[in-house]
Ligand binder design. Structure first.
Ligand SMILES: [Zn+2]
Length: 93
């Protein structure tokens, strides 16, 4: 099944990769994420990320230590960042 462009809703989109700028959940800064799976419409020349990809990035940024992130990284590098524990179980002080 072909996926139609979410803007013109007429043209099937192709898969591509794009660079996006993303504000961190705490609003401290924005990072550049490269090679993000994206859709491209040859008709209206728009490039965008589908809802699942956006949700995936948003959710991931909430569960990792964003303060150690580089200003520029790839989508793969971002999604490979280890999740933080909700509590610090190793703090016995
Ligand atoms: Zn389009």
């Amino acid at each position: 099944m072909e996926e139609l462009c979410m803007w013109c809703e007429e043209t099937p989109v192709t898969e591509t990769e794009d660079t996006v700028y993303w504000e961190l959940p705490d609003g401290s800064r924005a990072i550049e994420i490269k090679e993000v799976p994206s859709r491209h419409c040859p008709s209206c020349s728009c490039t965008y990320q589908d809802h699942e990809t956006i949700k995936g990035i948003e959710n991931h940024l909430f569960i990792i230590n964003t303060s150690i992130l580089a200003n520029t990284l790839s989508y793969k590098e971002l999604m490979e960042q280890p999740k933080l524990l909700k509590k610090n179980y190793f703090d016995f002080t």
